[in-house]
Design a protein around this ligand. Structure first.
Ligand SMILES: [Mn+2]
Length: 237
């Protein structure tokens, strides 16, 4: 079976419970549609678990992108040649922007790793895909973190570039008649309050960020059966 989930945001416990719920095995495939890090409690643990599995395919989210850009810069060995000009003003701005957007937990846990563990994580994140196209039982899916905006049906998917991870999807607009677009990034409660904590399906859109880190749920969607699974977020005590 092929499954998708998104916006784990450090919710390691719920991620483990979701794998258990779907009885995830080496025969299955899981796509994670980005925003694995930031905000929640255990982002690095999720990354390390994903890295160990060769049937989990990551797609990059804006938080993963921000984290990777900043952590790359901070993990460079400081030498006599670069110590004065290694971090530019732009780097510092990116750092503060990331901290304001929930990067604290990620950087704290990253700092506690050994140099090799840090490199492994950065190398792993470097390989994250920008999007994926998957066909299952005659249904075609495009898997992407944020959306395809500004949308143009004649545009190649590759031409959306980083807008795919930063620019919010327009859920009122059907992009394709013959393809489903699966996105995270926008908690479904923001698309329509009636979908609070639930996967949203309309206009050939499937929005799967059920707002786990905001106290709602982690949703899992099965591409083979169109079944939906939920892990309710435990209250942080
Ligand atoms: Mn996002």
């Amino acid at each position: 079976m092929i499954y998708v989930m998104s916006d784990l945001h450090g919710c390691y416990e719920e991620y483990c419970k979701a794998l258990e719920l779907i009885d995830f095995s080496s025969e299955d495939i899981l796509y994670v549609l980005g925003d694995i890090v930031d905000r929640g409690k255990e982002p690095i643990k999720i990354l390390q678990d994903m890295m160990m599995r060769d049937n989990v395919y990551p797609i990059i989210g804006n938080h993963d992108y921000m984290a990777m850009s900043v952590l790359r810069k901070l993990t460079v060995e400081i030498t006599e040649d670069n110590y004065e000009n290694h971090l530019t003003e732009e780097d510092m701005e990116a750092y503060y922007r990331w901290m304001q957007d929930g990067g604290h937990v990620t950087i704290e846990q990253f700092k506690a790793l050994s140099f090799e563990e840090k490199q492994d994580i950065l190398d792993y994140m470097d390989e994250f895909a920008l999007y994926e196209e998957v066909s299952v039982n005659g249904r075609d899916y495009i898997l992407v973190h944020a959306g395809l905006e500004p949308f143009d049906e004649n545009k190649n998917l590759d031409d959306y570039g980083l807008q795919m991870i930063f620019k919010r999807c327009n859920y009122d607009r059907q992009y394709f008649d013959d393809k489903y677009v699966i996105t995270g990034h926008t908690p479904t409660v923001m698309i329509d309050p009636a979908y609070r904590g639930k996967i949203y399906e309309k206009n050939n859109h499937i929005a799967i960020d059920c707002g786990c880190v905001f106290g709602f749920a982690l949703g899992v969607y099965c591409l083979d059966t169109q079944e939906k699974y939920y892990i309710q977020k435990e209250d942080d005590k």
